[in-house]
Design a binder for this molecule. Structure first.
Ligand SMILES: *Cc1c(COP(=O)(O)O)cnc(C)c1O
Length: 369
């Protein structure tokens, strides 16, 4: 397998996490969120593994949906940002995507350009996220316009997105839900509100469709959360190996800018992984890394291709030993905290240089993909 880093994708863990969504939200249909290359896990491998157990797939952009159709995937596809112009609208119609409509320009686009095969629409209402969506006050007019529009098939669905569902103690999610109800309760449409945080934290918001993203990939949606607390299993394990062990004297500075200085004579290990692979450059000294299953602290700056490790606790370490940067036994949540970022960014950020390997789980079989 060589010394190059790889991302091992555990498809049995993915299916387990999907089962969790089903058991937590048993009365809702599942709109599985696979934007950004399925949160960095590989769009097609994830979609194929989810299979018919999901009711629809959500991507951010038309181009992401086209990748699904080109691979022969015929499942309903929702485009979360909708269409910006006529060209995108034609592509969306040709591929029978369902479109989020989040502003009046998009309503007008649908009214202006007649399409032969009308598309289903999800009217997005801004209830407090303040990013995309129509205000509650303008939603009814937009809804009626879409309902009357010949380019739109069926009754528009209604959706909103929560800004604070990662924070279990924050009442903002319920406030958003109640505001959403003031309009949804007046219209006889299917509705969708819950992202992973709300799926696990606010069952009252599950409604007709839930939209799980991060929890499918086995990661806690909550601040300072851990996957075990919600019986989620990490799908991605980022791995590499030790390519050098060197011995330095007390006072020797390690790596760029010499930010970390050996407090005594000691061994420093070098693992082949860096920010060029998507490992966060801001991971601080002390960030844990698993070496032969044992936690060791990263020390000094993260380089493009390498990191340096304090091997004082591992006298038996050898060049070639396996290193896990995150995955089972070392939650990506912990690495995100140490690097002052979020899990989503780490998962999406694994670069094309890293080889992806699929694992089916229990039988331990791995195959390159
Ligand atoms: C990304 C996204 C989701 C999924 O969010 P998670 O926190 O990953 O579960 C759901 N809905 C919308 C509109 C999104 O953009």
């Amino acid at each position: 397998m060589g010394s190059a880093p790889r991302a091992v994708i555990d498809l049995a863990a993915l299916r387990h996490n999907l089962e969790r969504v089903c058991s937590v939200a048993p009365n809702s249909r599942i709109l599985a969120v696979v934007k950004a290359n399925a949160y960095g896990h590989g769009l097609l491998r994830i979609v194929k593994a989810l299979g018919i157990a999901v009711d629809a797939l959500a991507v951010a952009r038309v181009g992401e949906g086209i990748l699904l159709r080109q691979a022969g995937i015929s499942c309903p596809v929702v485009v979360l940002e909708g269409c910006a112009d006529q060209q995108e609208l034609n592509l969306a119609a040709a591929n029978q995507f369902e479109l989020v409509v989040h502003n009046l320009e998009q309503v007008k686009l649908l009214q202006r350009y007649k399409i032969n095969n009308p598309v289903a629409c999800w009217l997005k209402i801004d209830t407090g996220m303040h990013r995309l969506g129509l205000t509650v006050d303008s939603a009814l007019t937009a809804y009626q316009a879409l309902n009357a529009c010949s380019s739109v098939s069926g009754r528009p669905h209604l959706m909103t997105h929560f800004a604070n569902a990662d924070h279990l103690a924050d009442a903002a999610t319920l406030t958003q839900w109640q505001l959403f109800q003031t309009i949804a309760s007046k219209l006889d449409s299917e509705v969708s509100c819950a992202n992973s945080g709300a799926i696990l934290g606010w069952p009252e918001t599950h409604a007709d469709w839930v939209r799980p993203g991060i929890m499918l990939y086995g990661v806690s949606p909550f601040m300072n959360g851990r996957p075990e607390a919600y019986d989620l299993r990490p799908v991605m394990s980022l791995q590499s190996q030790l390519i050098a062990i060197n011995h330095y004297k007390k006072g020797d500075a390690i790596g760029y800018s010499g930010t970390w200085v050996c407090p005594e004579d000691m061994a420093i290990g070098v693992a082949s992984i860096g920010y060029g692979d998507g490992y966060p450059r801001h991971a601080a000294s002390g960030t844990p890394v698993l070496l032969n299953g044992q936690r060791v602290p990263l020390v000094g700056r993260v380089s493009m291709d390498m990191i340096t490790l304090d091997l004082r606790g591992c006298p038996d370490a050898r060049v070639g030993d396996p290193v896990v940067l995150w995955g089972a036994g070392l939650p990506v949540e912990e690495i995100a905290e140490a690097a002052n970022t979020i899990t989503y960014q780490l998962l999406c950020g694994v670069t094309a240089r890293v080889g992806f390997v699929e694992e089916q789980g229990a039988d331990g079989q791995a195959e390159s993909g």
